[in-house]
Design a protein around this ligand. Structure first.
Ligand code: GLN
Length: 544
């Protein structure tokens, strides 16, 4: 039987519901269960692909080319289960599907309504492709009480009755704030939030209470009594020192046991958590440290680079070193008279991440030049690879006007719009001025690596598959000119049309990739490029 765990949040947002879901899934997995996690986002965008990182943080891309919520990144990093398009849905996507059906005449004669049409679509979504699973965890975005999340809660309520008995539980995550003036933890917001949820027909089975201080037994009992849950099912959740400590911490508080009990399952022996113990051992007992400068545009908002910063941490786990991240604003590197060298000299590695638009691009190009000239390990990802190619074109291949058509018309389109590319499903075509939503080259694509290249040694393979999210691409017509400038095209799409990786053999570690390797890195399985980049940074740290 496939069992459903619905996860809602109350009181305030940002309670770490996504991490809770990911940790619970990891704990169930460690007990031998097959799990999948899904995210329901109540907003009206069809997907987060067109939202600014300031609005939404990173857009996480799946193998099958979906642009999704960044929580799916946590799900994948904690469970290793690759996310799919069918793991994230928004109100926008649900309405889009229903309205398209209505226009086609599928509901001919009927009034189309939130109940049952929207709620049916939500339920159908929750139940897609779940037959081989033991547990499906469904996280509902937002906070209980929001107008836009009501259809999701209503769908949950109905689903509980549609499923066989014992196949559904509700886990509610709330806040128990500490009021300094009173010197007390306050349970009232939790009581109100649970009352709100029960008024919508959902009685939570397990309550996860985020708190800054340990929850005294008395308060736990009070929450249990007022919220109609057993005291053991009130799980305190204190802030953790690392997100990778969260599964162990929740296990210590009995979350997995209480969830199984809520389903009437006898928990059996303890889960195998050696994987998490090893990660925590490496994080808490590092043998050194390195400092990586990330030169980007959204540096005020680390959520914009969530997978990237995690992948760098994974590189540290792999090398048993602490990775200090310095977020450097590329735009500031464009100021007249700015001493970039002084700011970049302390870095043991420089990374230019993915991005969109011209703002800050000259600062990124200057950072590439610094890393190249000073032999500092350099990693360019997506836009970062494109900037590395423009830098090489301008400074070593004599193409002074090298640019990308993303920034406007240019005489030397070293990077240009990709108008055609092959996919497993056939040729894809794009036109200038077409729709922006969901139309990039998205998802997993194969690449072939040159056998004698640095990257094939790093991967230990010549055939790789990585996830993409871009509209522009290094123009293969400039390959010869750039190679004369020392930049080797060591990875290409299988048809040889699209440059996927560039590297500099005359440099200790200089790699640019058109894809996003950070999306596939896991703490227990660090991505080889990040492991190798941090290894190079460790060597660099011994030189300076
Ligand atoms: N803006 C660039 C493009 O569309 C790079 C995208 C990215 O870095 N993800 O090609």
């Amino acid at each position: 039987m496939t069992r459903f765990i619905f996860i809602t949040g109350g009181v305030v947002s940002s309670l770490g519901k996504g991490l809770m879901a990911a940790s619970l899934a990891a704990l169930l997995q460690a007990r031998g269960y097959k799990v999948r996690i899904r995210k329901f986002d109540p907003y009206l965008n069809v997907d987060p692909g067109t939202m600014s990182p300031y609005q939404h943080g990173e857009v996480y891309v799946t193998d099958d080319g979906a642009e999704t919520d960044l929580d799916l990144g946590h799900y994948e990093r904690f469970t290793g289960v690759p996310s799919r398009q069918s793991d994230n849905v928004t109100s926008g996507r649900i309405y889009q599907t229903i309205i398209a059906k209505e226009r086609r005449g599928d509901y001919l004669g009927a009034t189309v309504q939130v109940i049952p049409h929207v709620t049916d679509a939500i339920k159908a979504f929750a139940r897609t492709d779940v037959d081989d699973l033991d547990f499906v965890l469904c996280e509902i975005g937002g906070t209980v009480g929001d107008i836009e999340s009501l259809p999701f809660i209503e769908a949950m309520r109905q689903l509980r009755n549609d499923l066989s008995r014992g196949a559904f539980i509700s886990v509610h995550v709330t806040l128990v704030p500490f009021i300094a003036a009173a010197g007390e933890l306050k349970t009232k917001p939790t009581q109100h939030s649970v009352r709100e949820l029960t008024s919508l027909g959902i009685q939570p089975d397990v309550l996860v209470c985020r708190c800054e201080r340990p929850l005294p037994a008395g308060e736990r009992a009070k929450i249990a009594a007022f919220c109609n849950v057993r005291p053991e099912a009130v799980i305190p959740a204190l802030d953790a020192k690392s997100i990778y400590a969260v599964p162990l911490q929740y296990h210590g508080e009995g979350l997995d046991v209480e969830v199984l009990r809520a389903f009437g399952i006898e928990p059996g022996p303890s889960p195998d958590l050696r994987r998490w113990d090893d990660i925590m051992d490496r994080l808490t007992n590092p043998e050194g440290e390195v400092t990586i400068g990330v030169v980007g545009k959204y540096v005020g908002l680390p959520d914009a680079y969530k997978s990237l910063s995690e992948a760098l941490v994974h590189g540290g786990i792999s090398n048993r070193v602490k990775v200090n991240l310095r977020w450097l604003d590329a735009e500031l590197f464009e100021q007249e008279g700015r001493d970039i060298a002084a700011e970049l000299e302390p870095m043991h590695g420089i990374l230019v991440p993915g991005g969109f638009g011209e703002r800050g691009s000259e600062g990124k190009i200057r950072s590439v030049q610094f890393a190249r000239e000073r032999s500092v390990p350099f990693f360019g990802i997506c836009l970062g690879m494109q900037m590395a190619c423009i830098e090489g074109a301008r400074n070593l291949a004599g193409i002074d006007k090298a640019s990308t058509t993303e920034f406007g018309p240019t005489e030397e389109p070293v990077v240009g719009l990709i108008t055609e590319w092959m996919t497993a499903g056939g040729l894809q075509k794009r036109e200038e001025g077409g729709d922006l939503g969901g139309t990039m080259r998205l998802g997993a694509y194969d690449a072939k690596l040159a056998g004698n290249s640095h990257v094939s040694a790093i991967y230990g393979a010549t055939d790789i598959q990585e996830r993409h999210r871009h509209r522009y691409e290094v123009n293969v017509h400039y390959k010869d000119a750039l190679e004369k400038g020392g930049l080797v095209f060591s990875g290409m799409s299988p048809d040889g049309e699209l440059p996927e990786i560039v590297e500099r053999p005359d440099h200790p570690w200089f790699v640019g990739v058109q894809f996003h390797p950070e999306l596939k890195s896991k703490p227990f399985d660090p991505h080889p490029l990040f492991a190798s980049f941090i290894e190079a940074a460790v060597k660099q740290s011994r030189l300076v």
